[in-house]
Design a protein around this ligand. Structure first.
Ligand code: PLP
Length: 379
């Protein structure tokens, strides 16, 4: 046991140490300029990100939740208008809708992909439906072909919550492949430290190919002004600060390596866990590149919490993303509409377990993790 590194869900220190000089130099340059707000690195990072994602506009903002809120504000919806969101997800997309007086309509997810079940979209429609927020959960794209075709037919906006899937993509049946976040009308990113492209604090961005929407998003994020002290819209104050932009610009150059490291770790998990009874491994879709923000197992609900405890007792961290489906959250009581049974969302909240997943994970660490899982599941 001596000299073995403790296991962690994410290892941001290890990742930083590998690019320490590059990062420290970028930070030092910001300190020397003192241009902490809207300094040159903000624009430079936005340009480099727009090239990486192949999207026309990148509008940086304060965090991923702000990105979703500002995106919804840009659509000119009315209080009471409905926004379709998955019931098994992080709260931010539904929360942003509710905060603006819109009604989140919870739709079930697919048991294999954890993403919006596109077969249930039709049944979720009402005359008030105005937008859909597909969430590319755990690092893999929703079926964007079906979402986009449905949205076009029903004249709905599509906002992609791409907080967990930067660098992922989706291949349409035409053969065209687009990066997630650049397919809908607006895509939203989070640079929360543990995300696949993480800052050293909060950060976010909105993506769009639409010039008019880009202009509006930029204004809303900046107090509704295009010209200083002339406010044409009610907006907010949401900025990516220069230090974070400078750090992100360095890390963006490494994003493809980071994704490759996550995919290699996922391959090792697939191999190490392939014959463990009652453990369902994540599904990798053919049409989307999985960037493994999380590696999420499904285990029988009678065993899930005991497995988590046994792992914890052995020094193996794991997390339940997410323990309560959104339609069961007290915050939405009387402030949402539930479409259908949501049986899959309910079930997943009792069966999912996410394992350590990060760029510094080694085979030896994964053997320790998987041995404990096997020990528990086989006894
Ligand atoms: C992290 C996350 C967000 C919110 O991002 P913040 O930057 O923390 O506000 C939104 N949606 C999903 C799916 C996320 O994982």
């Amino acid at each position: 046991m001596i000299n073995m590194k403790p296991l962690q869900m994410v290892d941001l220190v290890g990742q930083y140490h590998k690019i320490r000089d590059e990062i420290n130099l970028a930070i030092q340059q910001v300190l020397d300029s003192a241009a902490f707000i809207n300094g040159a690195p903000v624009r430079q990072f936005a340009e480099n990100l727009s090239r990486y994602l192949n999207v026309k506009h990148v509008i940086p903002c304060g965090n991923g939740t702000d990105a979703l809120q500002i995106a919804l504000m840009a659509l000119d919806l009315k209080p009471g208008d409905e926004v379709i969101v998955p019931a098994f997800s992080y709260i931010a997309s539904a929360e942003a809708a509710a905060l603006l007086g819109l009604v989140p309509v919870f739709v079930d997810v697919d048991e294999n992909t954890f993403n919006l079940d596109v077969n249930q979209l039709e049944a979720a429609l009402s005359p008030k439906t105005k937008a859909i927020i597909p969430v590319h959960l755990f690092g893999q794209s929703c079926d964007m072909e079906t979402v986009m075709a449905f949205a076009k037919k029903q004249e709905l906006f599509v906002l992609e919550d791409n907080a967990q899937a930067i660098g992922s993509d989706f291949r349409f049946s035409s053969g065209i492949c687009r990066k997630t976040g650049t397919i809908g009308h607006i895509g939203c990113l989070s640079f929360f430290p543990s995300k696949n492209l993480g800052a050293f604090g909060d950060g976010g961005a909105m993506l769009t190919n639409d010039d008019a929407l880009a202009e509006k998003l930029r204004m809303i994020a900046n107090h509704g002004q295009a010209k200083k002290y002339y406010h044409s819209l009610i907006g907010c104050n949401s900025r990516l600060d220069t230090l974070q932009a400078a750090i992100l610009d360095v890390k963006l150059k490494h994003l493809d390596e980071y994704i490759a490291a996550r995919q290699a770790a996922a391959e090792r998990y697939f191999d190490l866990l392939k014959e463990v009874p009652e453990v369902i491994l994540p599904n990798v879709e053919e049409r989307s590149k999985h960037v493994f923000h999380q590696f999420t197992l499904q285990v029988p609900k009678e065993k899930r919490d005991a497995l988590k405890q046994a792992l914890q007792d052995a020094g193996v961290p794991s997390m339940i993303y997410y323990p309560v489906p959104l339609h069961r959250q007290q915050a939405f009581a009387g402030q949402c509409r539930i479409s259908g049974e949501l049986a899959v969302s309910e079930k997943l909240s009792e069966t999912v377990l996410s394992l350590p997943m990060h760029t510094e994970l080694t085979e030896e660490m994964q053997q320790r993790i998987c041995n404990k899982i096997k020990e528990f599941m086989c006894k």
